[in-house]
Design a protein around this ligand. Structure first.
Ligand SMILES: Cc1cc2nc3c(=O)[nH]c(=O)nc-3n(C[C@H](O)[C@H](O)[C@H](O)COP(=O)(O)O)c2cc1C
Length: 182
């Protein structure tokens, strides 16, 4: 249940600038995902273009095992934001270390990001990217506006994973992969 803290206790104004905040956040190592959904009516008249959109997101995390819930957050300014709000489903694809090109395409690519991307359609008809380490096919359960982002909570209808591949890791503005500690 949503419970707000006592209303007479307000947060202090930050004593730092946004770049400092971003640098502190960047110390937290994350995996990297590409999240895909429908773009109904997109690219009309261009048969070479797909009807999907996708974005690179490192804000993915788990929420609940029962029911199976995950979350991620989307910048309000993303051009795909209206589609992620309206769509009933999306797929979270966890990228492998050899998918840095896919990561960059879905973060910075212009035009149809799926044109050079190999994928198969899942049960919901959305792209599951070839080579993904894991994928979560989600019902778009709820959205929560907070600051300049919207938190999406997805209810996982189906998921899958592969063994043996290394993950793509993002930390300190750089990409790497994992090495087990001795
Ligand atoms: C490593 C990495 C992680 C990112 N994580 C997020 C994220 O969690 N949420 C987000 O809104 N944008 C994130 N972005 C930026 C989006 O990928 C980018 O703004 C988006 O693809 C813009 O697409 P659109 O405007 O066409 O929707 C990330 C970018 C990179 C390179």
């Amino acid at each position: 249940m949503h419970q707000a803290p006592p209303s007479h206790i307000k947060a202090l104004s930050p004593d730092f600038e946004t770049p400092h905040f971003k640098q502190a956040l960047s110390r937290f190592a994350t995996g990297v995902t590409v999240i895909t959904t429908f773009a109904p009516g997109a690219h009309k008249g261009d048969s070479a273009s797909s009807s999907f959109v996708g974005i690179t997101a490192s804000s993915f995390n788990s929420v609940s095992l029962t029911p199976p819930l995950v979350l991620w957050s989307l910048g309000q300014g993303a051009s795909s934001a209206p589609l992620f709000h309206a769509g009933t489903h999306y797929v979270v694809n966890v990228l492998a270390a050899d998918q840095l090109d896919v990561c960059n395409r879905f973060a910075f690519g212009k035009g149809d990001r799926f044109a050079d991307t190999a994928y198969k359609l899942g049960a919901s008809g959305l792209p599951i990217l070839d080579g993904a380490l894991a994928w979560f096919e989600c019902h778009n359960r709820s959205r929560h506006e907070e600051g300049d982002h919207v938190i999406f909570v997805g209810e996982v209808e189906r998921c899958g994973f592969s063994d043996g591949s290394a993950p793509l890791v993002y930390q300190g503005g750089q990409f790497s992969t994992t090495t087990p500690l001795a």
